[in-house]
Each structure stands twice: as C-alpha cells, then as structure tokens.
Design a protein around this ligand. Structure first.
Ligand code: IPM
Ligand code: MG
Length: 370
C-alpha cells in the first residue's frame, strides 16, 4: 500500500461535454482517495470557449499560473461547432483551441501518450472485420506535442495579388531527441517495438526525425525500431493494427493517426491521453473533442476521461495500484454489459445482456467497482 498522498489537481471542465465527463472522472478519483487513503483538492480553471465568454480570451495568465502550481491537470474538452459557434468568428489566436495550444506550450508538454487498446467486450463497436482484429491490439501512440506545424510561423497575405497562406513545419534535433527517448522508454515497458512514423520521402523535417530516432535507438538495443511512412501507417492501422506497439510521430501526424486509432478501438469516447513534460507533471484529457451536438444530454461516454485520470495516478503520482484499480473497474463494468450509446452494439440481436446507460450512471458504476 502506498503512503497517504495529498493530490493537488487543477480541473479544466471546458466546453461541450467537458464538464459532464470531468465530473465523472472526479467521482472516480474521489472513490480512489477514500479507498486508498489519499486526499485530493481540486481547483477549476477556465479554458477555451468558457474562458472566452467569461474573460474575453481562451486562457488567462491566472489560469496558466494555477495550472503550473498544480501537481497535475485534468481536462475535459474545449471548443464548439466550428461552423456555427460565434467563437469561430474571432481571430485565430482568440479561438478556443488557442487556449489549449498555449497551455501545452507554457507547460512544455511535449510528450503526448495516446493508448489505443481493444477491449474484447467492444469488438462489436469496432468497425474492422473479426479476421483483422481477432487477436486484439494494444498500441501506444507517442505524439510530439509542442513543435511542428502547430507552432511554426504562419501568415495569410496577398502576394502579387494572390492570397497566400503559409504554415511552417520546424523541428530541431533536440525536440526530436527528447520525444524519441520517451518513446523508447515506454517501449521498454511494453513489447519493445517502436514504429517511427514520418514522411521522409518528401519532408526535410522527417529526414532529420529519422536520423535522430536512429541515433536514440542505439541506446536501446533491446528495442526493435522500424520506420514507416505516414500514409502507409494510416493504411496499416486498419489493415493490421496488432502489428503496432509504440508509434512515435510528430505533432500533426500524431493528431490524425490518433483519431484513426481511436475509432478502431470502437469509439473515440474510449481513448485516454496524457501530455507530459520532463518532470512528473502532466495534463490528462480524453483524446476526443467537445461533441457540442450531444452536450448537456447526459449521454457522453466518460470512460476516456476516467482512464485519463488513471493515467494521471500512474504517471504523475506513481500510484500504480490505484491506476490498476480504475482500469479494472472500467473493464468490469464493460464485462457486466454496461455501455454508453457510442459503444452500444448496432444490431438488435447482439444486445442481449447489454444495457445502455448515461454519463453519470457510467461514472457511478465504475466508482462503485473500485
Ligand atoms: C487533439 C485535438 C487538438 C489538436 C485540437 C483541439 C487543437 O484535436 O488534442 O488531438 O489538434 O491537438
Ligand atoms: Mg485531434
């Protein structure tokens, strides 16, 4: 049993379904605290649309300071409907997503871990054929999070009478090295395989990526390294997902591939994530978005957020036993047949023994099993 800890957590409920799913993760964390004798204090801060509405900007300096002072940050989701929400009439640096990007940069959260794992209970929800997912799959996408296209210089201007937009993709060898080291470290705790994904047949940044990853690999003789072009990787994810252990990739590729990987697990509502810096500090959030179409309906899947809270226990607090307890509670609830709507079997004939529950009920079921 671990000694009693005092966890100081900043929460960012955010927009859309964010507040609903964060509430369920807190419920589960509170149960962990009672069960294992820890104490947790929470402080909420605003980010994204909620902060734009209240403070006129997506992330205030006070909010950043509060996040920096915490032991870890638990986030829901931010943003709204990009075609209808008034937030998207604002200049880009004032839109909801700018808050999240600023927070990632300010906290130096360069390593984004996105595990994609197929629960056997959710095979029904996986869009891939049984012969493809037969053996299940379990991969960790390691996405670089503070460099590349997301943070390069950008502009839109008229040149010679033609409107021209420019985004810049920059990586330094140091940025690549530190994420590669994290990727190999994680691989050592898993099946010892790293697939480094790039576009080295076209991009200079990818050629540097490949070179630095190969240098780092020399320090990990037990890990098998392979390189894969990103377009091929997108294909392989649906053709043979079990081949992957750790996928190591840059920011934009990781954004796209992690959405794809999440869908083959059955639902983006299942995919947790951790964004880490080079200390124990991290920001934990579901990989999915704010789903404004279902916000406030009490039907969102809180599991990704609850599993993100488990990652927090594991990576920021070294509370492995507690994290295991959360993960096995989730598995138990799925085994018992409880599903939110996004992971309900489509066919009537497969619904025997399966019951549909809402967001709060799912949180109750999981916390009751801890
Ligand atoms: C994600 C999201 C963000 C990203 C958006 C909201 C800026 O899609 O965390 O994957 O692109 O990184
Ligand atoms: Mg994304």
């Amino acid at each position: 049993m671990n000694s009693r800890m005092n966890l100081n957590i900043v929460c960012i409920p955010g927009d859309g379904i964010g507040p609903e799913i964060v509430a369920e993760a807190k419920k589960v964390l509170d149960k962990v605290a009672v069960k294992f004798g820890h104490s947790i204090s929470y402080k909420d801060i605003l980010m994204g649309g909620a902060s734009i509405d209240a403070c006129g900007e997506p992330l205030t300096d006070e909010a950043i300071a509060a996040a920096k002072a915490a032991d870890a940050v638990l986030m829901g989701s931010i943003g709204g409907n990009t075609s209808t929400s008034p937030w998207y009439q604002l200049p880009p640096h004032l839109r909801p997503e700018a808050g999240l990007l600023k927070l990632r940069k300010e906290l130096n959260l360069f390593a984004n871990l996105r595990p994609a794992y197929l629960y056997k209970e959710l095979r029904e929800a996986c869009p891939l054929r049984e012969d493809i997912i037969g053996g299940g799959f379990d991969m960790m996408i390691m996405r670089e999070l503070t460099g590349g296209l997301y943070f390069g210089e950008r502009s839109t201007r008229t040149m010679n009478g033609v409107v021209t937009a420019v985004d810049t993709l920059t990586y330094t060898e140091n940025e690549i090295r530190r994420i590669a080291i994290k990727g190999f470290d994680i691989a050592m705790k898993r099946r010892k395989k790293v697939t480094s994904v790039d576009k080295a047949n076209v991009l200079d940044s990818s050629r540097l990526w490949r070179k630095v990853v190969e240098e780092v690999a020399l320090d990990y003789p037990e890990v098998t390294l392979e390189h894969m072009l990103v377009d091929n990787c997108a294909m392989q994810l649906v053709k043979d997902p079990k081949q992957f252990d750790v996928i190591l990739t840059e920011n934009m590729f990781g954004d796209i591939l992690s959405d794809e990987a999440s869908m083959v697990t059955g639902s983006i509502g299942m995919l947790s994530s951790a964004s880490l810096n080079d200390t124990k500090f991290g920001l934990y959030e579901p990989s999915g978005g704010s789903a404004p179409d279902i916000a406030g309906k009490g039907i969102a899947n809180p599991i990704a957020t609850i599993l993100s809270a488990a990652m927090m226990l594991r990576y920021s607090f070294d509370l492995d036993e507690e994290a295991d307890a959360v993960e096995s509670a989730v598995r138990k609830v799925l085994e018992d047949g409880f599903r939110t709507i996004d992971i309900m079997p489509q066919e009537e004939s497969r619904r025997a023994g399966v019951s549909q529950v809402g967001t709060a009920m799912m949180g109750d079921l999981i916390s009751n099993r801890i």
